[in-house]
Write a protein that binds this ligand. Structure first.
Ligand code: SF4
Length: 281
């Protein structure tokens, strides 16, 4: 992957779906670099959880944020320098639990960033508590008798919130993941990819997904009503077919264009940063 590897020791469990996301991400970034995108123009932001370690494993600029707080720093980075490709990685507990309001507002504002959700439907790092997308009846450390809540359908929520690109993949389909990641990152506006990322240790759904997933074909992602219908086909609980691919796409003005960001030469920017660090204005 041409210099995108790091020396950090990978601590994910063997078989974790995060490996597919990592490999797909590195492959897509490598293709962008081959096409002339300076690697320093890419910034990864992560939250807290097993997903978050991805920033340790990809050799690009990155920011390891707080729990549920991928969106605020990612938005700040984008506004400060709109030329950067900002890619957030977040977990289902991180983004759909703690960070849900931030996610809704990023979609509403159409911030030009990509958010990739490692949706394993469990809090893996803290050893198996239920999350907003855990199946009804999920048995884990916090719900030994089974979760008593229905999961949310995050795609439905984000469609209603104004997201301009919505897609879904699985960690058992790396070629599709690469295709979707590339399209999402190239999309001008807020793009979200929900990856059904299997946690082999606390919520192993490989067999369940393999029997049900299919790739969208003949679907018009520019049609809101069709996107909504496809998104509602599976509610993250019922035993139906699970569509993968791009559900929705729309062109719309992006948030950062509404700011008059002063383009500062790099030397001036460095001087200001050094002065700030030394405590001078
Ligand atoms: S606990 Fe689950 S999500 Fe975390 S590394 Fe292990 S398999 Fe992956």
């Amino acid at each position: 992957m041409k210099g995108l590897d790091t020396k950090a020791v990978n601590t994910w469990c063997l078989g974790c779906g995060n490996f597919s996301i990592l490999n797909a991400m590195k492959s897509v970034l490598a293709s962008f670099v081959d096409e002339g995108l300076p690697v320093e123009n890419v910034v990864l932001v992560s939250g807290i959880g097993c997903h978050a370690k991805i920033v340790d494993y990809v050799n690009v600029n990155s920011f390891y944020s707080l729990h549920g707080r991928v969106i605020p720093p990612a938005t700040g980075i984008k506004i400060a320098n709109p030329a950067l490709k900002v890619i957030g990685h977040s977990g289902d507990g991180d983004a759909y639990g703690e960070g849900l309001e931030h996610l809704i507002f990023a979609a509403k504002r159409n911030v030009d960033m990509t958010v990739i959700i490692h949706n394993n439907r469990v809090y893996g790092l803290t050893t198996g508590q239920y999350t907003p997308t855990s199946p009804y009846g999920y048995k884990g450390r916090s719900t030994p008798s089974g979760a008593k809540e229905m999961p949310i359908n995050p795609m439905d929520l984000l469609l209603a919130s104004g997201a301009t690109f919505l897609a879904r993949g699985t960690s058992h389909g790396i070629e599709l993941l690469k295709k979707i990641f590339r399209e999402a990152i190239l999309h001008k506006g807020f793009s979200l990819v929900d990856v059904l990322q299997v946690c082999v240790t606390y919520c192993n759904l490989y067999e369940y997904y393999d029997k049900r997933v299919y790739e969208l074909s003949g679907h018009n992602p520019y049609d809101y009503a069709s996107a909504e219908a496809k998104i509602r086909e599976w509610d993250y609980n019922k035993d139906g077919k699970i569509a993968l691919g791009v559900f929705y796409k729309k062109e719309a003005p992006v948030f950062e264009d509404s700011f008059n960001v002063k383009k500062m030469p790099i030397d001036e920017r460095r001087r200001k940063v050094e002065a700030t660090v030394k405590g001078r204005p």
